[in-house]
Design a protein around this ligand. Sequence first.
Ligand SMILES: CC(=O)SCCNC(=O)CCNC(=O)[C@H](O)C(C)(C)COP(=O)(O)OP(=O)(O)OC[C@H]1O[C@@H](n2cnc3c(N)ncnc32)[C@H](O)[C@@H]1OP(=O)(O)O
Ligand SMILES: CC(C)C(=O)C(=O)O
Length: 516
Amino acid sequence: MKEQVKIFDTTLRDGEQSPGASMNTEEKIQIAKQLEKLGVDIIEAGFAAASPGDFEAIRKISEVVNKSTVCSLARALEKDIKAAGEAIAPAKFKRIHTFIATSPIHMKYKLRMEPEEVIKRAIEAVKYAKTFVNDVEFSCEDAGRSEMAFLKEIIAAVIEAGAKTINIPDTVGYRFPHEMGEMIKELKDFIGERAIISVHCHNDLGLAVANSLYSVLNGARQVECTINGLGERAGNAALEEIVMAIKTRKDIFDGIDTNINTKEIYPTSRLVAAITGIEPQPNKAIVGKNAFAHESGIHQDGVLKHQETYEIMRAEDIGLDRNAIVLGKHSGRHAFKKRIEDLGFTLSEEEINKAFERFKVLADKKKEITDDDIRMLITNEIASAPEVYKLKKLQISDCSEGVPSAAVTIEFDGKEITDAGIGDGTIDAIFKTIDRISGYKGTLNDYQVAAVSKGKDALAKVVVKVVFDEKKPAVIGHGLSIDTMIASAKAYVSALNSYISMKDMLKVKKMSENDI
Ligand SMILES: CC(=O)SCCNC(=O)CCNC(=O)[C@H](O)C(C)(C)COP(=O)(O)OP(=O)(O)OC[C@H]1O[C@@H](n2cnc3c(N)ncnc32)[C@H](O)[C@@H]1OP(=O)(O)O
Ligand SMILES: CC(C)C(=O)C(=O)O
């Protein structure tokens, strides 16, 4: 029988306390729905008394979420608890989370209360919260710096008052994992089955996840955490790290599991990053851009031969469907060859070796080599496309009014062929006319234009990515001219020549007259 650790997500409450992470109601609803899909047990949707906007967001979330419990934070104050109770009222499963600080420093300087007064307030708060909901959580704020004897006293009192979950926050991220574990163990022995122990760890010393995991190992059965580790100051424990650590190290977390659908981790992380505008650092565990990327040749070779040589988790398990191999200056031949094959090219060993040499030269100049760079290397360098078709003349109509059209003259097999055509724009008209002349039909996948020099007579460089057969990879063409339209026509013709010159690598599908 597996023991569940409840995942209490506080992205919408503590996460929103990250400077700059404010979200509007619509955005919070989107995130709440995604959190439900992710399978979090409790969504802390906000702090109802903080503002009318927070109240409204919690209320709307309570209306749309029906699998996860919806929770609002409240100080140990009647007005906060009333607001929380009213905001979560529509929810199918609801919880009030009330708190008061228990550390000597907070009680003395912030609350300016004697410990006895703090206990009295805590009991009143829990009792009042119980008039709204059965599910009441109580937090001993700054428990990490609180005295054990006082913690036990207040915890016993709030359990007696009806609290079902006792949260032990390391509010300022002060504890070390072994200390956190010892504290939770002692409290677990004290509380027994009377309430669920929860932890809420901050990351001021980078220990939030480690502290949460040690707490689980010592009896905590709820973890409060946020997507991407967002939160006040250095943030909270990252949900994705806790969940994946428990899943990956089954040997340590024997018989312990969460309800999280890990395949929703990456989509949730992206949604939160897009809405808050706070991007996880590239090397952030689990969800960082580089978390599943291998750049160096020895690692790439190992992963290609057997994934587990350098991966303890599978990218697919977090819902990430992406090529883990990043080509760069440290990449080796195995990875390069694999990428060429993945892109749909069939090259001889000699061609691969030639391309690999050029790739290394390029990689010295460029930080990351993209798939388009590889296509360019192959289509324009290896094939060193002979000019089967050559642009001779181009005339375009003024398209400010009327139908954009182009007349193109192409040299082919020693003869000049001229034709004219119309299109959705001037460039489209040029490309369609080239298709008519050549008999191939290209689909433009990408078009980029850049100035390669300065001033009025700057040279325009156009790069096109064209698919001439949908079953075959795209080819790249480029053209340079002082005139953007001519550069575009040259780029398209160069893509066509590359395509034709690779007949042996890519079987060419010729268009019939009727297809044009
Ligand atoms: C560790 C945490 O993350 S706690 C949650 C933090 N989140 C927030 O603060 C949410 C956003 N906060 C707010 O919008 C505002 O601070 C409000 C609306 C909650 C309160 O605003 P104000 O009434 O203007 O009070 P202000 O924030 O300046 O000061 C906090 C007051 O609450 C008191 N207080 C703090 N915690 C508690 C508590 N758990 N129970 C009772 N009183 C508390 C403080 O002692 C202080 O009281 P005082 O005015 O008598 O000195
Ligand atoms: C209110 C509590 C749970 C909190 O956010 C903290 O202590 O950090």
